[in-house]
Design a protein around this ligand. Structure first.
Ligand code: KG4
Ligand code: ZN
Length: 338
C-alpha cells in the first residue's frame, strides 16, 4: 500500500511516497525568500508553496517510479502551521483526491515528527519522544504508532524559536539555530550562566525568559562597546546559550524516561540536529541504560516522508478523512492521534 505524503505547513514544500516497508521517494523544495526578513513571512510562504507544489508532487511520484494507479491514499498535513501555507497543500491534496478518486488522510504535523523515526528503523516500543523544533517543544510517551500521551510542552516559545530569536539579538541571520550550534563548538559553555527555567516544575518548558535575559545582558553592555564585545565573545555566548537550552531539554527528557521506565528515547524536529543536545542525550541515554534514536537530519526538519509514514499508519487503521478536512493553525491536543 503506497501512500503519497504532502507537507506545506511552514516554509518547505515537500512530497514523498512510502509503502509500509520502504521510503520510495522524498522531495523537498526549501524557500529562501525569508532570509532578508529575519523570519518567515506567511504570505511569501504561501505564494512559494503555490509555485512549486505541483512539480514537487510530480517529482516524488516519478522518483518513486509510480503512477496514480499505484497510490492508495493521499496524506497531507492539516495543522498546526501557517494557515495560508496549510491551505495550499490541503487544497492541492483534495483536488488530487477528487481527480484520482483516492482517499485523503489528514496528518497532524506533530504526530508526523514523532513517527519520523519509523522512516528508517523500528525503535523498541514504548518510547519517550522529544519533539523540538522552531514551532514545537513537547515530550510524548508513545506506546505504539498513533497511541501517545503528551507529558509536557512549552508554555511560550519553542526551543528552536529561542535559538532563532536570540540569534537575531546577536546579529545572526535567520534561522540562527545551526549557526549558534556551529559557533558554540569553539566556545565556553560556562562563560555566562543564563537562566534554566522551570527546572523543578514538572515536564513543561519555558524559553521566553531566556530570550529576555540575553536581551538585558546585552543592554547592560554600554552601547559603544556592545558590538565589539559580542563579536569578541560570540563563540562563548553561543555556547552559554546552547548550554542553557539543552540543559533544560535534557533535564526534562531524563525525568520523562525515569517516570515511564521506557528503554528507548527518540529526539525529533529541527533542533535535534544540535550537536550539544545530541552529545548530552547520548550521555543521558547511557546513564539510564536506554537506546537513543535520532532520525537522519533530513527527516528531523520538515519533510513529507514523515507525513507519508504517519499517513500509512493511519490508513492501516482505517483512519481515512473526507473532503471536509480543514486546516488548523494552532497546536490542539484533540487534533492529535493518541
Ligand atoms: O523542524 P524544523 O525544520 O521546522 C519547524 O517545524 O519548526 O525546525 C527548524 C528549527 C529552527 O528554529 C532552527 O533554528 C532549528 O530548528 N535548528 C537548530 C539546528 N538546526 C536547526 N537549532 C539548533 N541547532 C541546530 N543545529
Ligand atoms: Zn516541524
Amino acid at each position: 500500500m503506497a501512500v503519497l505524503g504532502i507537507e506545506s505547513s511552514c516554509d518547505e514544500t515537500a512530497a514523498a511516497v512510502y509503502d509500509g516497508k520502504r521510503l520510495l521517494s522524498s522531495v523537498i523544495a526549501s524557500q529562501s525568500d525569508h532570509v532578508d526578513f529575519g523570519g518567515i513571512v506567511p504570505e511569501l510562504a504561501s505564494r512559494a508553496h503555490e509555485r512549486v507544489i505541483w512539480h514537487t508532487v510530480a517529482r516524488a511520484l516519478s522518483d518513486a517510479g509510480l503512477g496514480r494507479e499505484d497510490i492508495e491514499a493521499i496524506a497531507v498535513t492539516e495543522g498546526p502551521g501557517l494557515m495560508g501555507s496549510l491551505l495550499v497543500g490541503l487544497c492541492f491534496a483534495k483536488g488530487l483526491a477528487i481527480q484520482w478518486n483516492k482517499p485523503v488522510i489528514g496528518v497532524n504535523h506533530i504526530d508526523a515528527h514523532i513517527y519520523a523515526t519509523f522512516i528508517e528503523e523500528q525503535p523498541q516500543l514504548p518510547f519517550v519522544s522529544l519533539v523540538v523544533s522552531g514551532g514545537h517543544t513537547q515530550i510524548f510517551h508513545v506506546t505504539r504508532p498513533l497511541r501517545h500521551t503528551l507529558m509536557g510542552q512549552t508554555r511560550d516559545d519553542a526551543a528552536g524559536e529561542a535559538f532563532d530569536k536570540i540569534g537575531k539579538l546577536l546579529g545572526l541571520a535567520y534561522p540562527a539555530g545551526p549557526e549558534i550550534d556551529r559557533l558554540a563548538r569553539d566556545g565556553d559553555p560556562n562563560f555566562y550562566n543564563f537562566p534554566r527555567a522551570m527546572m523543578k516544575k514538572g515536564l513543561d518548558f519555558s524559553f521566553s525568559g531566556l530570550k529576555t535575559s540575553v536581551l538585558y545582558y546585552l543592554q547592560d553592555i554600554p552601547e559603544p562597546e556592545r558590538a565589539a564585545f559580542v563579536s569578541e565573545h560570540l563563540n562563548d555566548l553561543c555556547a552559554s546559550i546552547s548550554a542553557a537550552i539543552t540543559d533544560v531539554l535534557i533535564h526534562k527528557l531524563r525525568q520523562a524516561v525515569r517516570k515511564t521506565g521506557v528503554k528507548s528515547v527518540i529526539i525529533a524536529g529541527g533542533v535535534s540536529a544540535n550537536s550539544m543536545l545530541r552529545e548530552k542525550a547520548r550521555k543521558m541515554a547511557g546513564e539510564l541504560g536506554a537506546s537513543l534514536h535520532i532520525p537522519h537530519p533530513k527527516y528531523c526538519t520538515d519533510n513529507a516522508a514523515m507525513i507519508a509514514v504517519t499517513g500509512w499508519f493511519k490508513a492501516r487503521e482505517g483512519m481515512i478523512d473526507d473532503l471536509h478536512l480543514k486546516p488548523y493553525a494552532r497546536f490542539q491536543w484533540d487534533k492529535m492521534s493518541g
